[in-house]
Design a protein around this ligand. Structure first.
Ligand code: NAD
Length: 548
């Protein structure tokens, strides 16, 4: 028997963006987060797999450490074996028969409850876990693990309903309907380290639409993933709807992408990894029951273009926040800036002075603006870039280009200047606090627009800073395909769910705009129903009549 029968056209609560707390000195929220940080640091948690609602402890362990104090172990994750991954896929496939029949209101209720739990009793725990496990300051954790994830869960319900309301025309005598079915099979969600909100949204968006999911979080964000899973279970997510597996990405992907029941891939991470997933799906295409939906949001090399009319103080603040917040580890981080020669001397001096004031260190010390980069691999990559830069005659170090990994994986906020438009510094994603300036002659503004557009493979975010309307329109038109999120007099980071649907094209992804109707539509396979109330009883048409 279907468990949820109600005669109602339910109206979901209207979403609003979660208010961001500021954690100013003397506030209760500041005292509460401090207490939670101490609590989490005083324990070592076990991070089990969650398959079909059951916690599995495999005994094959991998530590979750704090990037800014890498000797400190927050938890030990149990890694999945091949059998565990298969069990997760089996659970997801089996449970889909039930979950896909739940009414939308019942599914929505799970995620709306999760949002309210996160807004209330879970907020400090998930913020603290994100601060410690991913080295985010309290502000960066709050806008991610609390505000953005709450927004995803609330707004996605509204977006789902917009899709469901999209119904065809029914002329007299017929009733046409579209039934928004979940996909057949399971969705494979593979999530990045840098946003707890993205990690939570990638498995839950398809689940909200009635799909079941196997979720593989990043190895460097295991602790927050564990808490998101616990929170969802407390919110009432039924067993087996989302199955959490820790382990090697390539190994798990091999099993999931080789499975006949693969219905979709929901990925956020680097372009290289996404390309390898796409290739594997292509190679396996004959195995699948249907064509899997592939959604991938990938890397970026985001630009800030300044016009000579730009306000220098505004520009500097945007570069500092856009380039260095969360150590430049946002897919949207500003990493190449194009500055007119007339502004550069003032801007350079201002940036150098301001960078000197940026404090880098333990995120539990609230005076720090930056924490550590995520792991030793990332740290080494940055050090290698700095060595090359120092050996390059065409690049100048204006600030930073140093690191220290004795306690944590710290990289100094770095500002470079190159006169080489072909430099990898203006093309490659380093995913760290490295901003490279290219200085153009003021009169070459239109030319530099073309060069920004053509000089790199990504197309995620970008900004124009200008007080001259014509130049804003020139940049907006000329850079139309260079960024999926384009900002005018604002930094290229900080998209808010429900306000700036996020994602880019080119090598930055499939641009399915996380947290929007365009993303959710990928997790449904519409079925059209036509009912004729009084069907014809004669096959003949009037034109066949013998009469003249
Ligand atoms: P990553 O590509 O290293 O890892 C992403 C996920 O893929 C992780 O879960 C990882 O374990 C898994 N993985 C790694 N190798 C794999 C393989 N061979 N097969 C299958 N899975 C594999 O990315 P990351 O370092 O976690 O995140 C940073 C990247 O994510 C950056 O490139 C950034 O630009 C991008 N990102 C993009 C967006 C966006 O919306 N466009 C948002 C956040 C992050």
């Amino acid at each position: 028997m279907t468990p949820f029968v109600r005669s109602t056209i339910a109206r979901a609560p209207l979403p609003r963006n979660e208010t961001v707390r500021d954690y100013a000195p003397g506030t209760r929220e500041r005292a509460a987060i401090r207490a939670t940080l101490s609590q989490i640091m005083s324990e070592t948690s076990e991070l089990p797999l969650v398959i079909d609602g059951v916690e599995r402890r495999t005994g094959v362990l991998e530590a979750a450490v704090m990037p800014h104090r890498h000797q400190h172990v927050l938890g030990q994750a149990h890694l999945a074996s091949v059998d565990d991954v298969n069990a997760a896929i089996d659970a997801a496939t089996r449970v889909s028969a039930d979950w896909s029949r739940w009414s939308w209101a019942q599914r929505a209720a799970v995620f709306l409850r999760a949002a309210d739990l996160l807004s209330g009793p879970w907020r400090d725990r998930l913020n603290a876990a994100t601060m410690l496990g991913q080295s985010k300051t309290i502000h960066q954790a709050e806008i991610d693990a609390a505000a953005e994830l709450i927004d995803f869960w609330r707004f996605n319900v509204e977006f789902m309903l917009r899709i469901y309301r999209e119904q065809p025309h029914s002329p007299e005598g017929t009733w046409n309907q579209v039934d928004y079915r979940p996909l057949e099979g399971f969705v494979f969600a593979v999530t990045p380290f840098n946003f707890t909100a993205i990690a939570g949204n990638l498995p839950s968006a398809p689940a909200l639409m009635g799909n079941t999911v196997v979720w593989k979080p990043a190895a460097t964000a295991k602790y927050s993933a564990h808490l998101v899973m616990q929170l969802l279970r407390e919110a009432g997510l039924p067993d087996g709807v989302i199955n959490l597996v820790y382990g090697d990405g390539a190994e798990i992907a091999k099993i999931a992408l080789g499975h006949a029941e693969l219905a979709g891939v929901h990925f956020t991470g680097s372009t290289t990894v996404f390309n390898s997933l796409l290739r594997t799906v292509g190679q396996n295409v004959d195995r699948y029951r249907g064509y899997p939906r592939i959604v991938g949001e990938t890397g970026g090399k985001n630009f800030v273009l300044a016009h000579s009319s730009a306000d220098v103080a505004t520009l500097a603040a945007a570069i500092l926040r856009g380039g260095y917040e969360y150590q430049g580890q946002k897919c949207s981080a500003a990493s190449r800036i194009f500055i007119p020669a007339s502004l550069w001397p003032t801007l350079k001096a201002l940036l150098r002075d301001e960078i000197a004031t940026i404090r880098v260190g333990d995120v539990a010390d609230f005076s720090n603006f930056m924490g550590a980069v995520i792991d030793e691999k990332a740290w080494r990559k940055h050090m290698a870039v700095f060595e090359e830069v120092k050996a390059s005659p065409r690049t100048k170090v204006i600030a930073g280009a140093t690191g220290d990994k004795r306690t944590g994986y710290f990289v100094a906020p770095t500002l470079l200047e190159t006169d080489n438009l072909e430099s990898p510094l203006l093309r490659e994603e380093y995913f760290g606090p490295i901003v490279t300036a290219f200085i153009y002659r003021d009169q070459d503004f239109e030319d530099i627009i073309q060069r920004i557009d053509r000089s790199c493979a990504y197309g995620l975010t970008g900004s124009i800073f200008s007080n001259d309307r014509r130049s804003i329109e020139l940049a907006s038109a000329g850079l139309r395909n260079a960024a999926g999120n384009f900002y005018i007099n604002d930094k290229p980071t900080g998209a808010v769910v429900g306000q700036q649907p996020f994602g880019g094209g080119r090598m930055s992804g499939t641009n399915d705009k996380a947290g929007s109707v365009w993303n959710l539509i990928r997790w449904t396979s519409p079925r059209t129903l036509k009912e004729t109330f009084v069907p014809p009883t004669d096959y003949r048409y009037p034109y066949q009549s013998e009469l003249p």
